[in-house]
Design a protein around this ligand. Structure first.
Ligand code: FES
Length: 205
């Protein structure tokens, strides 16, 4: 009587391997700096991870917090917010508003069970194509290490009903506190030169 072989059959040559995780990253860019930096990177054929889908805003200050939550709820593994360096915003100091919202959002998503590292902020001027490309690749690798998000937001919250200020209060606020927005900040959507922001915004409405 011959013994039964207990060795598992070898996989057939050429059998399909599990596909590596490729994160989906939504990148909100400022028309005047980071969007142009991405364009510059493309023109110069500077390679960066193809995982990011760019959405152009007129300014990082245009970033509505619901854009970020909607991105997560619809399958994004991470969100990258980019804008002009502090002091270089074309709408005076709206990028400080973006910074404040970024801080609020990191606290909020953490309270919702999402690693805060899944939301990143990068300043990049129009001339910094290589730097932006490197940052996109870095963020992609960071998110790849975190793994897929699979956030079932629809079962947890009503996106439109999120009250970020209330969430901020609930977390006790940041020890350092959000940056103060100086007096004299231009109202939303109005550039110093009188050009109405939103004329060519390519963003969720
Ligand atoms: S962040 Fe670029 S114009 Fe405001």
């Amino acid at each position: 009587m011959s013994a039964q072989a207990s060795v598992a059959p070898a996989p057939a040559e050429g059998a399909a391997q599990a596909a590596p995780f490729e994160p989906v990253i939504i990148g909100f860019t400022c028309n005047w700096c980071s969007y142009r930096a991405a364009d510059l990177a493309g023109t110069a054929r500077t390679k960066y991870a193809p995982n990011v889908r760019l959405i152009r805003l007129m300014c990082s200050g245009r970033l509505d917090p619901t854009f970020v939550l909607k991105a997560f709820s619809e399958g994004a593994d991470a969100v990258l917010v980019t804008g002009c360096h502090p002091g270089e915003c074309h709408y005076i100091e709206q990028n400080y508003k973006a910074l404040r919202r970024f801080q609020l959002l990191r606290r909020t998503i953490e309270a919702l069970g999402i690693e805060p590292e899944r939301l990143q902020l990068v300043w990049a001027s129009a001339a910094e194509g290589v730097r932006l490309a490197n940052e996109i690749t870095r963020v992609t690798e960071d998110v790849r290490a975190l793994g897929p998000l699979n956030w079932p937001a629809g079962e947890i919250i009503d996106i439109d009903g999120v009250d970020l200020e209330a969430a901020w209060e609930a977390t006790g606020g940041d020890e350092a506190g959000p940056p103060e927005i100086p007096d004299g900040v231009a109202p939303d959507g109005v550039a110093p030169d009188g050009v109405a922001a939103g004329q060519s915004v390519e963003a969720p409405r």
